[in-house]
Design a binder for this molecule. Structure first.
Ligand code: PLP
Length: 490
């Protein structure tokens, strides 16, 4: 019975744990049937060439777990009342998933929609290649200062940081964020309207879950940010695409569906077209939202990076009715892996969102929030943004120059005033998805504009991020991109 057991020394895995695990597997697989008497510990130890204590400990553990029973005078045996017909060979793999839950696989309504959601795939681990859009330069993350602030907090506030925190977020951080957006974005808010989220994606998901019933019309810019689109779709929204032109989303210009619950916009720097929503359109949008009773969700994801002109203040600051939900994120100004973003909520939404947050994930990790709070309070974020603005401006300049030098006849730059990407249009009739696929084969990531669109676009294009592309690699990467475009044109 013991001949199939293999105990190995020096693996870092204690012998009695190995023996426990292997005996448990043999019982579960039915190889040692219920009622079987096990050899006495002394005899088993001799056979296995281990000390008796190893066997005693393993038997005792399995007895506590209910696999074995020990009777004075009659030794140790496998629990006879184990339901033998439920014991089965324990090999793992999809072919063994025979539980009725997976045949057929059935989800709830929201679960079905979530499982179908297809945002642009995230990149894990690997550093981003040129021109993956929307990512901050990982090599410039202010790691030294960040870890200094974090270590200090672990030394001075660890008791508080290891306990549960406020569902709305660390108060120091909320104050720092409120101060930041008031000063730099003209957002009108108090710290108690700020809720710290796990990136803006969680903010979008919360808004979608709180505001949208299946079938509700939701207006989104088209082309637009897929992270927002999939969050609304997962809540069952009926998306109504709003075309984008040089003045931003054409809100209030075309017929909007009746009963719209919500409108999503990135007014400072439309994603991915890069245009800014004009003041008159902003005012019209707020007016329309007030008349129809729709919430406006303002995604202000990267407006800190503006080259040349000053950014228009946030739409939220123009609103007098409490109808705008403002979303911000640290993903562009600092790093996406921190998963730190925030909502600025109208007063009426603070309490309900706070409860919803308690149910979903309670709150974002306290140490990260506290570190960011101090980081902002001590002025590091402001300095980091100023430094990165210079670095990104160089990247943008290099990309623009390379595009003009190598692809002047082929692409048209739509807008390059802000942010971490440039969007270019391809000549009419050129299949942007084919270009994107070919470029990817050459190690250049240039998502097709069509992949951000709901309705077919008059012209395809490419979204080119320069945030994480080292400046010296840009001309060569544009060369490879040019090769892909020319091959598709031919
Ligand atoms: C329009 C837009 N909003 C928000 C984000 C940031 O998302 P998160 O804060 O969830 O990382 C991005 C990042 O790609 C974006 O492009």
């Amino acid at each position: 019975m013991l001949s199939s057991l293999r105990l190995e020394r020096g693996t870092g895995n204690a012998l009695h744990d190995q023996l426990t695990g292997q005996l448990r597997d043999l019982i579960l697989s039915g190889d040692i049937p219920p009622g079987t008497r096990l050899p006495a510990s002394r005899k088993a130890a001799r056979e296995l060439e281990v000390s008796r204590n190893v066997v005693v400990l393993a038997y005792e553990q399995l007895r506590m777990e209910g696999y074995l029973e020990a009777r004075v005078g009659s030794g140790t045996r496998v629990q006879p009342r184990l339901p033998g017909h439920l014991l089965s060979p324990r090999t793992y793999g999809p072919e063994n998933e025979k539980h009725p839950t997976s045949d057929p696989l059935r989800f709830s309504g929201p679960g079905t929609r979530l499982a179908r959601a297809r945002p642009i795939p995230l990149r894990h681990g690997r550093g981003p290649g040129p021109f993956l859009p929307g990512v901050a330069a990982p090599e410039h993350f202010p790691q030294r200062i960040w870890s200094r602030v974090a270590s200090r907090l672990w030394r001075t506030r660890s008791r508080e940081l290891v306990g549960y925190g406020d569902a709305q977020g660390d108060p120091v951080l909320r104050n720092a964020i409120a101060d930041h957006v008031r000063r730099f974005r003209a957002v009108r808010c108090r710290a108690d309207q700020v809720m710290i989220t796990s990136g803006s994606q969680q903010g979008l998901d919360l808004v979608a879950r709180m505001m949208i019933d299946p079938g509700d019309p939701v207006l989104v810019e088209d082309p637009g940010y897929r992270g927002a689109r999939v969050a609304f779709e997962a809540a069952g929204a009926r998306l109504h695409p709003v075309p984008v032109d040089a003045e931003g989303g054409r809100f209030g210009e075309d017929e909007a569906p009746r009963g719209a619950r919500l409108v999503y916009t990135a007014p400072s720097h439309q994603y991915p077209m890069g245009v800014t929503l004009t003041l008159s359109r902003r005012l019209r949008l707020l007016e329309w939202a007030r008349e129809t009773g729709a919430w406006v969700v303002e995604d202000d994801y990267d407006s800190e990076f503006r080259y040349g002109s000053r950014p228009l203040p946030a739409l939220q600051g123009l609103d007098r009715e409490g109808g705008v939900i403002y979303l911000g994120t640290m993903s562009k100004v600092l790093a996406p892996g921190l998963r730190l973003g925030f909502l600025v909520l109208p007063e009426s939404l603070v309490e309900p969102f706070r409860w919803a947050r308690t149910v979903t994930d309670t709150h974002s990790p306290s140490i990260l929030q506290a570190t960011l709070g101090e980081f902002i309070r001590e002025g590091h974020l402001e300095r980091h943004i100023a430094r990165m603005r210079g670095i990104y401006a160089e990247g943008r300049e290099a990309l623009r120059a390379a595009l003009e030098g190598q692809l002047d006849d082929e692409v048209e730059i739509v807008s390059d005033e802000a942010g971490l990407h440039l969007t270019v249009l391809l000549p009419a009739g050129v299949d942007d998805r084919a270009v994107s696929r070919l470029a990817a084969e050459k190690g250049v990531e240039a998502p097709a504009l069509s992949d951000y669109a709901i309705r077919e676009l008059p012209r395809g294009g490419l979204v080119l991020g320069f945030g994480a592309a080292p400046v010296e690699e840009i001309p060569d990467a544009v060369g490879r991109l040019a090769g892909a475009i020319r091959r598709v044109r031919r």
